[in-house]
Design a protein around this ligand. Structure first.
Ligand code: CUA
Length: 290
């Protein structure tokens, strides 16, 4: 398409230059003031050539590109991942297992995977451009998309539909792992959270469960079963927090918990105004969720 567009563009520029060059002369070059030849040129370049080239492009794109990006038939792939858009993160579930994570989607490489895309609030759009086209997350609908990575690696994605104040910080990443690595990852994600091991972690868990944290977040294996924010059961298995906004380091996690509204204004997480010792204990606990 770029090649065809370049030829048309250069042709049009050449004709403009010719017209300017001959601005004092009447009629067409070679043909002079020939009405029928002028009409024939308009029909050829204005109707016939566009009709032929657009028909060819339409056929080619429908036969190859559109077919290759189609939603997979129900049950035709080896794995299904359920992705739900929230303002502003992606909830990720693996049906048939207890695994729940957020924003970082693992799939086995060289495997056809169905992604079922839904939304918990407004319209979002799931897009990992290196893997497939985008698909909208529309309230009340479950849209399907094929994900296929022919090479292991990390494929960056984003929300591709304006969905509110933090639309630009609603990133996602698809990690294509070797099948064995993927199995290990999924088994770990499906398991309940690690028990706190130190007194600091235990204190942090108490603060977490007694504060608003537990109303919004789930940590499987504890009474925390909130569904508003991301599942934190294996928070430390993720490389980023806040939908790829921050690297998942102690420093950034601490900054996020202390004042989420400074990082992503209008997101649904409040600052809890914890005492410094409580804050450090909660971070200890969150850091232990491997
Ligand atoms: Cu979600 Cu933009």
């Amino acid at each position: 398409m770029l090649g065809a567009a370049a030829i048309v563009f250069l042709g049009a520029v050449a004709l403009l230059a010719l017209a300017w060059w001959r601005r004092g002369t009447e009629g067409l070059p070679l043909l002079g003031r020939n009405e029928r030849a002028s009409t024939a040129l308009v029909v050829l370049f204005g109707i016939a050539i566009p009709l032929v080239s657009l028909s060819v492009l339409f056929a080619v794109s429908n036969l190859s590109v559109a077919g290759g990006t189609d939603a997979p038939e129900r049950g035709s792939t080896e794995l299904t991942v359920e992705v739900t858009g929230h303002q502003w993160f992606w909830e990720v579930r693996y049906p048939g297992t207890r695994a729940v994570t957020a924003n970082e989607i693992h799939i086995p490489a060289r495997t056809r995977v169905t992604v079922v895309v839904r939304t918990a609030d407004v319209i979002h759009s799931f897009w990992a451009p290196q893997l497939n086209r985008k698909v909208d997350a529309v309230p009340g609908r479950a849209n399907r998309l094929l994900l296929y990575a022919d090479e292991p690696g990390r494929y960056r994605g984003d929300c591709a539909e304006l969905c509110g104040a933090q639309h630009s910080r609603m990133g996602l990443a698809v990690y294509a792992d070797s099948p064995a690595e993927f199995r290990r990852w999924l088994d770990r994600q499906a398991s309940p959270a690690r028990e706190p091991a130190s007194s600091g972690e235990r204190a942090g868990q108490r603060v977490f469960l007694d504060s608003q944290c537990a109303d919004c977040h789930t940590i499987r294996g504890t009474p925390a079963r909130g569904r508003i924010g991301p599942d934190l059961t294996h928070l430390q298995a993720r490389e980023t927090i806040a939908a790829l906004t921050l690297p998942n380091t102690r420093r950034e996690l601490s900054r996020w918990v202390r004042d989420p509204q400074a990082v992503k204004p209008a997101n649904r997480m409040p600052a809890l105004d914890l005492a410094p010792s409580e804050h450090e204990a909660v971070i200890d606990y969150l850091e232990s969720l491997r």
